[in-house]
Design a protein around this ligand. Structure first.
Ligand code: SAH
Length: 281
């Protein structure tokens, strides 16, 4: 069987007389940003597992067990889900936003990779959700209209030197950069260091956006420039967007400006890096 048809059968096929794990994205907040597929999985799950902040967003149905956890260790939660599925339960593992973006889906696969071989036979599905970056972009206009990248500013799972290097390369490549996890009470300084790097590589007039608690009652969007914005206003509920050189505002009377990045890039008069490499004997 080819890899392609194998993937199709995973998406469509009724496989499970055994247990199942569905890794579900809840979106950034409001119910209307939850996909019908995710809703259905939550409705049908015998068990819901997740960080308590996320499980608290779910109205449990009769007979369903909700395992809200304060433990920051995602692997522990992933193993718990796989163990329950091994006993025939239908488990929904929940994440905010999309479960594949800096969230539980990777933890589930890491647990499977390191765990008993029997876990590879379980029916495991990842159900997409609206990630914070896309919700924030939609609020603003179209800031991601040209090439962009995302960087997780948390150094809990990678060294700060890796983050610095990625930030500086992304800035030099003139991507729009979406920064997840820009700051927390335990890591207040890193967003300042990130700004110092970006300020050395990008114009002071570069558009920056602090998109806080998007979709929540206390949502707040603050526009500024790289030169003047205070990075200290970012917290763990903020998605930080750093514009590319062509990201700009469209001013409106009495309303917040739109933020957009045009889809076209003018040809550069200087030879591109790729062209230079081509010329190398
Ligand atoms: N899986 C999530 C991201 C988890 S990392 C997703 O796809 O959105 C957590 C980070 O996501 C936060 O620190 C913040 O940067 C961002 N985030 C999550 N929800 C948000 C929201 N409602 N508004 C703004 N940023 C949010």
């Amino acid at each position: 069987m080819s890899a392609v048809s194998d993937f199709r059968s995973r998406a469509e096929g009724p496989r499970a007389s055994t247990g199942r794990v569905e890794v579900v994205g809840l979106g950034p907040g409001p119910e209307r940003w939850l996909t019908p597929e995710a809703s259905e999985a939550l409705e049908q799950a015998s068990d819901v597992i997740g960080y308590r902040a996320y499980t608290a967003r779910i109205a449990p149905r009769a007979g369903q067990t909700v395992h809200g956890s304060d433990n920051g260790d995602e692997l522990v939660r992933a193993r718990h889900a796989l163990e329950l599925a091994s006993t025939g339960r239908r488990v929904a593992v929940v994440s905010g936003g999309d479960p594949g973006v800096f969230a539980m889906a990777s933890a589930v696969f890491e647990a499977i990779e390191r765990g008993p071989l029997a876990w590879r036979a379980l029916d495991v599905r990842v159900l997409p959700g609206v990630t914070a970056m896309l919700a924030a972009a939609a609020r603003l206009g179209a800031p991601l209209g040209n090439d962009f990248c995302t960087i997780n500013l948390s150094d809990n799972l990678k060294q700060w030197s890796v983050i610095e290097s990625r930030l500086s390369l992304a800035a030099q490549a003139d991507f729009v950069i979406a920064l997840y996890n820009p700051a927390s009470s335990a890591r207040p300084e890193q967003v300042h260091r990130a700004f110092a790097i970006l300020r050395g590589l990008r114009a002071a007039s570069t558009v920056v956006v602090f998109a806080k608690a998007i979709g929540r009652p206390d949502e707040q969007v603050v526009l500024g420039t790289l030169g003047e914005a205070d990075p200290g206003q970012a917290d763990m509920r903020t998605l930080l967007l750093i514009g590319a050189s062509r990201t700009r505002l469209i001013e409106r009377t009495g309303q917040a400006p739109w933020v957009y990045t045009p889809r076209y890039v003018e040809p550069s008069p200087a030879p591109s890096a790729a062209a230079r490499f081509d010329e190398t004997p």
